[in-house]
Design a protein around this ligand. Structure first.
Ligand SMILES: Cc1ncc(COP(=O)(O)O)c(C=O)c1O
Length: 433
């Protein structure tokens, strides 16, 4: 097979795509093939993928256990829309009711994470008959007008006329605590501050609070134990729903099927996308019988729950269960984190290592011993470029784009982790020069 090559792809991209579509790397490669934890470029080079297309291919690239049933479905029945009856959509909804915590049971399917969050917001308004929202600093919830307005990262808030009625509250960013406190002496000040925000910044007409269990784009920010329990208690007191955005954290990545289960909290609405399809476009919000009852006017998403994406979802859930991917992510993640912490001891650039399971981050600062914690922005790019040159792909995020993001497919091995650690060690040494 011959390819046009990265320069020509780039030229066409620059000529025909809207310029907002940005890419990683000074000299990007043309990726042409994927196989489990590996990607291949047009020159035949292999890359160990530790970013999974932003937390999507939890089951591995083109895993035959997923792509097999999907290919068969594409050739049998691809699309009807929900105005006709098909089986995969109801089978998948039934499966989701089984794997989601508490009384979460009813699903609405759509085609992306942004749409899932937008729909969840609508449902919360319909149910509570209230119209305001709470969201967290550093959050990312999507690209529609409302979800962009719920996003707490200015880089992703392009919308020039954001929706009103959204109140932002400080997130649980322990490494840079917004109150200068430390856990546990802080007594979860950031969670308690939500009550102050409700009582001072709102008309007490808040429908719901949006939160990611671990803020992915925000910098892999991982709240401490007890945080979401406290948040839920406060919200319950004021009749405010909790919408947990599992678009990036869901489907076994953090060592549990859903990341919020690490805090033993059941949200009122849970939103999903990305890894449920392992690459097939999918999104959904899931809620209880009681809340679902509030949404009875006609609702439809042309591609939501289409037979192909729903078949992918069913295959993903089956694969996660049969391969024990949650347990695998927990075990491999603990090992990986240990190695990252060992690198942090050795390198002045690593200020913090955080995350759960195989959703880990390392925040780079100029000098970990300097209390100013100056973000090491250029050094982060040096590390990313070095890793890519040496056949390893990772992500970067955070408000200053100085957090290395590790979100590999959950089918990786310990050897893969060792490869990445060895390469990262060399990359950090280069960046520290
Ligand atoms: C936590 C979170 N929510 C929502 C979205 C938006 O999802 P999508 O790009 O599928 O619309 C993203 C995308 O990265 C995300 O990370």
């Amino acid at each position: 097979m011959s390819y046009i090559g990265p320069e020509e792809v780039l030229r066409k991209k620059q000529e025909y795509l809207i310029p907002c579509v940005y890419h990683f790397y000074q000299k990007p490669m043309q990726i042409v093939r994927g196989e489990m934890q590996y990607l291949y470029d047009s020159e035949g080079r292999q890359y160990l993928d530790f970013f999974s297309g932003v937390s999507v291919v939890n089951c591995g690239h083109c895993n035959p256990a997923i792509s097999g049933p999907v290919a068969e479905q594409v050739q049998t029945l691809q699309h009807t829309s929900t105005i006709y009856l098909t089986q995969p959509i109801v089978d998948l909804a039934e499966q989701l009711a089984q794997v989601t915590p508490g009384e979460l049971k009813r699903t609405f399917f759509c085609a992306s994470g942004s749409e899932a969050n937008d729909g969840a917001a609508l449902l919360a308004k319909l149910h509570t008959k209230r119209y305001e929202f709470l969201a967290l600093h550093n959050a990312l919830h999507g690209r529609t007008m409302l979800t962009m307005s719920l996003t707490g990262l200015s880089m992703w808030r392009t919308e020039p006329t954001p929706a009103g009625g959204i109140n932002f509250v400080p997130n649980a960013y322990c490494y840079r605590c917004p109150y200068g406190a430390s856990y546990p002496e802080c007594d979860l000040h950031c969670a308690n501050a939500i009550e102050t925000a409700i009582r001072t910044q709102t008309s007490l007409g808040v429908a719901a609070m949006f939160a990611e269990p671990i803020q992915g784009n925000g910098g892999m920010i991982t709240p401490p134990p007890g945080y979401f329990q406290r948040v839920k208690e406060i919200l319950d007191q004021y009749g405010i729903l909790l919408i947990i955005d599992e678009v990036q954290t869901g489907f076994a990545r953090t060592g549990k099927m859903f990341a919020i289960e690490n805090w033993d909290v059941v949200p009122d609405i849970l939103t999903v996308a990305k890894a449920l399809g392992n690459g097939a476009p999918i999104g959904a919000f899931i809620t209880t019988d009681a809340i679902a009852k509030s949404y009875t006017r006609p609702g439809a998403s042309t591609l939501g729950g289409n037979p192909v994406s729903a078949t992918a979802g069913l295959a993903v859930l089956d694969y996660i269960a049969t391969e024990n991917l949650a347990e695998r992510a927990a075990g491999l993640g603990a090992y990986f984190k240990e190695q990252l912490v060992a690198l942090a001891d050795k390198h002045r650039l690593i200020g913090d290592v955080r995350g759960l399971g195989l959703m880990l981050g390392a925040e780079l600062v100029k000098d970990k011993n300097d209390p100013a914690k100056v973000p090491a922005i250029e050094e982060t790019d040096v590390v990313l470029e070095y890793l890519r040159e040496h056949g390893v792909i990772i992500g970067k995020n955070g408000i200053e784009r100085n957090v290395l993001a590790f979100q590999p497919p959950l089918i990786i091995t310990r050897d893969d982790i060792d490869t990445v650690i060895t390469c990262l060690d060399a990359a950090l040494t280069k960046a520290e020069r």
